[in-house]
Structures are given as C-alpha cells and as structure tokens.
Design a protein around this ligand. Structure first.
Ligand SMILES: CC(=O)SCCNC(=O)CCNC(=O)[C@H](O)C(C)(C)COP(=O)(O)OP(=O)(O)OC[C@H]1O[C@@H](n2cnc3c(N)ncnc32)[C@H](O)[C@@H]1OP(=O)(O)O
Length: 411
C-alpha cells in the first residue's frame, strides 16, 4: 500500500469532504452545512491522504485568532476535519497527519493549535490538553424561579429575524471576545455559522429565533438564539426551549434574556447545551438541583511554540518559575524554561539551565493555558510535580484566571 499525503487541490474538496463524512459514519450533512464548510475551508491547509485516487485520510486547519488571559488575541490553528477511512484505521495515518500538521503550524508561526475532539481520548498523545469545558444545563422552569438584578426591567426585548439582527449580535459578540479566554475573534464568513438552520438540525423544533436585548436608548446589549420544541400529550404541552446562543454585555441584559427564555408559554424546560462553566444563570436560579448540569470537554489546547505562547498571555499574579517540560511529539519544546511575569504585565519565557521548580508535560501546560484549569488541581492528579516548595502555588495562582475559558461554537 503506497499512501501519499499532500495538500488538496481546490477541485478535490468534494472527494475530500465525502471521505470525511464517511469517516464520521456516512450521514450526509445538509446542503447548507456542506456549502458553509466548503466556503470556510482553507484549502491551502487541507491535507489529504490518498490511496490511489481514493482519499483515505484528512485533516484541516482554520486560521483562528483566539482570546487568551489578559485579553490578547493570538493566532491559533483551529484543527478540524480529521478523519481516517474505516478501511485504513490504526495504521498510523492520524499520527502522520498530526506530525505534518504540527510541523506546518510551527513553520507558519502560530504559537497555538486548538481543537474540539470527537473523542477526548485521541489527542493527548499529540500534546493537546483539555483547556475549556462546556456546561450543558437543563432547567425545569415549572419549578425553578429566576431572581433578576435591579434594572432588569429596563431592558427591552425584541423578537427579530436572526439574519436581520446579525450585525447587532456580531457587535455584542465582538465586544465580548477579549474578556473571555478561548473565544475565537470572528473571521470573515464565520458569522454565518450561528445562523445555520437546516430542517435536519432542528430535531423537531421551530426554525431558529432570535431575541435581542436593548437598553432604553435602543442599543443592543445582548441576544439569544433558540428554538422551541412543542411536545403535546394528554396533560397538555411540555415544550422545550433549546438555546443555541446567549451573549450579553451586562448582568441585566443576561438576566432579562434568561427570564424571557424561562417564561415562554407552553414550555417546561430550558436546555442550553454549551454554556460557560461560570454562566451567571447558575447564581440566579432558585433551585440549582433542578438546573441539571453536565460537564464536557470543549476546547483542547496545544502549545506549538511554547515560549511564544507563554509570552502571549498575561498572568494574574507575579511569577518566576523554571518549568521542566516533556514534549515527545514536538521536541523543540522539551527542556527547562524560565517564566517571569508581573501580574498583568509582559511575560518573558526563556530557555534556562537552572534547576526546575516544576515538572510537567506540554499537555498540562495546554490545560492550564487559558486559566480555567489550575496547576494545583493537575498536581493533585499527579500530572504536575513540584520540585521547589512553594513553586506550585505561585505558578498556579499566576496561570489561573477570573473568567472561565469558553468556546462558544464547535468547529
Ligand atoms: C479535530 C477533529 O476533527 S476530531 C475528529 C476525529 N475523527 C473521528 O473521530 C472520525 C472517526 N475516527 C477516525 O477517523 C479515526 O479512527 C481516527 C482519526 C480517530 C484515528 O485514526 P487512525 O489513523 O486510526 O489513528 P492512528 O493509527 O494514527 O492511531 C494513533 C494512536 O491513537 C490511538 N487512537 C486512534 N483513535 C483513537 C480513539 N478514538 N480513541 C483512543 N485512541 C485512539 C491509536 O490506538 C494509536 O495509539 P498507539 O499510538 O498507542 O498505537
């Protein structure tokens, strides 16, 4: 078997994408989803593995710009479209794709690679660590009451066509990006993603709806996109509200939007599958037990250029530590690095021969990078070793952030 790996030609996209769909089980996407994927694919970064004229392996990357702690927006390869044909699995094709891709990302100068995993067990071996979780909440709105902060009544809500409201919603999104690590700044074309509304995506729900929250002067300060699923039985309606997006610039807009979603007639449940783990709604509900929550991994981060990545973010407390890093897959990151930073100030990360204060793998640095997973908790799991007393607390406080990292959409 002779396999060839190369960047695809533009006219090979359909064959490449057909292969990817097959690797995911062969259920075709809606024409609208496929068209958007095609428009967003950067073919210069789309790798295909060919067996004769058949595509048997794929991996791609989006050129993201991602927010990191401190508010900087950092270039990051958004790894996507990874698939190996069922006929060619477990022969090292994924490994060779990851090898080529990380070498390309390094050569292109992006300090980070990020992804969402179909299966969280796949990417740790390539140096990715889970850096952000998503919270799925399902709230019984017949039993749970929402207490809202003063001023919520001053917010006006308007139901608008999602496309017509797009420019206002995008302004809100853009204003939030640097305040929450893990959010990709919107790249051209990506604003279409949250508007996708193929009937196959509705699962029996209504077309996508959009409600915007306005201040008295008419400025849009928040929005929610959602579907209503009617569900009638002998007792009446047990409808559900499925929230796909909710973004707000202040507490009253956020509360007003949640209150609206809680009170839609003929619905009993609000479900939001992808919320930040520190979503304010968790503090507003009267009964957290009936706001059932489930945590899942969301954004996985890989430091490709370790010193550039560590210098790109800010730190919440002063730090001066030497970390001994293990990185078998990207050996240019291996070794001892000294990280020095003041709280909120510029950081310096340089190679050093000084003795190490902490020992960890690049995966754990990826996990801690966005500030949501502490080095202390990783050490408690035996994944970070403290070699100088006090170094763990010092580094953990510096890496930790006030705002939970969050990826608002899949890719
Ligand atoms: C960012 C994204 O796009 S996520 C989407 C990933 N794609 C999918 O899930 C689609 C369905 N699955 C597939 O296409 C393939 O099975 C892949 C891509 C997950 C793996 O491809 P393969 O070519 O079989 O992987 P490869 O042979 O290089 O295996 C590398 C290692 O990963 C392990 N591995 C592969 N798949 C998995 C998995 N799903 N879970 C855990 N370990 C895995 C292998 O056992 C192997 O381990 P080893 O080095 O200790 O022997």
């Amino acid at each position: 078997m002779t396999l060839e790996m190369r960047v695809i030609q533009t006219d090979e996209w359909d064959v490449w994408y057909d292969h990817l769909e097959l690797a995911f089980g062969g259920v075709p996407e809606s024409p609208a989803e496929r068209e958007l994927c095609k428009a967003l694919t950067d073919t210069d970064r789309a790798l295909g593995v060919w067996d004769g004229d058949g595509c048997v392996g794929s991996a791609g990357a989006f050129s993201f710009r991602l927010s990191v702690p401190g508010g900087a927006i950092v270039p990051a390869a958004g790894v996507t479209a990874v698939g190996v044909s069922p006929t060619h699995r477990r022969r090292g094709i994924l490994t060779s794709l990851m090898r080529r891709q990380l070498d390309d990302i390094r050569a292109g100068g992006e300090p980070l690679a990020v992804l969402t995993a179909s299966d969280p067990a796949i990417y740790g071996r390539f140096g990715y660590g889970t850096a952000a979780y998503a919270l799925a909440v399902e709230i019984d709105t017949t039993r749970v009451r929402l207490s809202v902060p003063p001023g919520t009544d001053g917010i006006r809500l308007r139901l608008v066509d999602p496309r017509k409201a797009l420019a206002d919603c995008e302004r809100v999104y853009a204003a939030l990006v640097s305040s929450r690590p893990g959010m990709p700044a919107r790249q051209p074309g990506w604003e279409e993603l949250p508007l996708l509304d193929a009937p196959s995506m509705r699962e029996g729900g209504s077309p996508l709806k959009c409600v915007v929250a306005e201040r008295e002067d008419g400025e849009v300060v928040g929005y929610a996109r959602y579907r209503v699923k009617a569900d009638w039985d002998l007792t009446g309606s047990e409808g559900k509200v499925e929230v796909s997006d909710l973004d707000a610039l202040d507490p009253v807009a956020s509360a007003a939007l949640w209150r609206y979603l809680f009170s839609i007639d003929l619905t009993w449940t609000v479900r939001a599958p992808r919320r930040p783990v520190d979503d304010p709604v968790l503090h507003l509900v009267s009964d957290i037990r009936r706001a059932r929550t489930r945590l899942r991994d969301s954004l996985h981060v890989r430091l490709v250029d370790l010193p550039a990545a560590l210098e790109a973010r800010a730190y919440g407390a002063p730090v001066d530590v030497v970390v001994a890093v293990e990185d078998a897959f990207c050996p240019w990151n291996e070794g001892r690095w000294r990280l020095v930073a003041d709280a909120g100030g510029a950081a310096r990360c340089t190679r050093t021969a000084e003795p190490a204060d902490l020992e960890l793998s690049v995966r754990e640095l990826g996990s801690a990078y966005l500030g949501g997973i502490t080095l202390t908790s990783l050490a408690a799991a035996g994944l970070v070793r403290e070699l100088r007393p006090g170094a763990l607390t010092e580094a953990s406080r510096a890496f930790a952030g006030d705002v939970a990292p969050w990826l608002p959409h899949s890719f």
